[in-house]
Design a protein around this ligand. Sequence first.
Ligand SMILES: NC(=O)C1=CN([C@@H]2O[C@H](COP(=O)(O)OP(=O)(O)OC[C@H]3O[C@@H](n4cnc5c(N)ncnc54)[C@H](OP(=O)(O)O)[C@@H]3O)[C@@H](O)[C@H]2O)C=CC1
Ligand SMILES: O=C(O)[C@@H]1CCC=N1
Length: 272
Amino acid sequence: MAPGAHTVAVIGTGKIGELMLSGLLRAGWPVDRLLATTRRQSRAEEIATRYGVRVVDNLVAVAEADVVAVSVKPQDADALLDEIGPKVPADKLVVSLCAGLPTNFFARRLPDGTPVIRVMTNTPALVDEAMTAISAGVHATAAHLALAEEMFRPLGATIRVPESQQDAVTALSGSGPAYFYLLVEAMIDAGILLGLPRQVAHELIVQTAIGSAVMLRDSGEHPVKLREAVTSPAGTTISAIRELENHGVRAALLAALEAARDRAREIAAQND
Ligand SMILES: NC(=O)C1=CN([C@@H]2O[C@H](COP(=O)(O)OP(=O)(O)OC[C@H]3O[C@@H](n4cnc5c(N)ncnc54)[C@H](OP(=O)(O)O)[C@@H]3O)[C@@H](O)[C@H]2O)C=CC1
Ligand SMILES: O=C(O)[C@@H]1CCC=N1
C-alpha cells in the first residue's frame, strides 16, 4: 500500500496529536491527506501555520477522513464521542491513542461494525524513536492493523499486543519516558551535590544515558550483564548500587509501574 493512500484526521491535536501529525509529515505522508482538529482557535492557527495542514471541525474531519485518530485526553473522550460518534460512517477506521480507554468504550459510542484499534505510543516519537503498541479491537481486521502499523512505524518501533496488555504497556512505555527523565534529573542534581557545574553534570549524564540506551538496544546483552561489566569488585559502582538497593529503588519501580497500570484501569472504570 502506498504511504499516505488514506486520509488521516487527528482529532484533538495536543502533544500526542501533534507528534503524530509531524511524524507522518516527516515520513512523507501527503499534507493533503492529513486533517487536524482542535478545541481552541488559537491552537488551530498554530497547527495550520506550523504544518500547513487543514484544520477543520470534528464533524468535517470524520466525514472526510478514512482514519479517525482520537488523541484527546481520556476525560474528554465521552463528550467528543457524543459529538462525533453517531456521525462516523462505519467504514472508517477509528484509532484511539487514549490511555486507559478500551476499544469497547468507542464501540459502544460508534455505529455498529466500526473497526477500532487501540494504540499506545510515547513522546520519543518526536525524534522517530517511539515505542508504539498496537491492538486490534472489535471489528478490526488484519488490514486495519497493517494500516495502523504503516502510520506508526515511521515514528519508531511498533509491536502488536493483545488489548488486555495495553494498561501494562501504558505503565511501561507510555509513561516510561517520564521515569527516565526523572532519573536523569536526579543524577544531574547529584552532580551538583558533588560540586560539578550544572552544564557539565548535564552533559555527562545525558551522554551516559544515550550510550547506555544504545548498548541496551544494539548489544543484545541482558541489562544485568551490562551492569556487571561496570561493577568492579570493591569499586565505586557497587558502593552506589548498595545505596540504591538500601533506598528501595527496585521496589519503588515495581510499585510505581503497578500504580500506573492501576490508574489506567481506574480511568477505564471512571469512563465506563
Ligand atoms: N502525553 C503523553 O506522553 C501520552 C499521552 N497519551 C494519550 O494521548 C492523549 C492526548 O494526550 P496529550 O496529547 O498529552 O494531551 P493534550 O491535552 O496535550 O492534547 C489533547 C488535545 O485535545 C484537545 N481536545 C479536547 N477535546 C476536544 C474536542 N472535543 N475536539 C477537538 N479537540 C479537543 C485539547 O484541547 P485544549 O488544548 O483546548 O485542551 C488538547 O489540545 C491522551 O488520551 C493520553 O492518554 C498516550 C501516550 C503518551
Ligand atoms: O500520563 C498519562 O496519562 C499519559 C498516558 C501515558 C503517558 N502519558
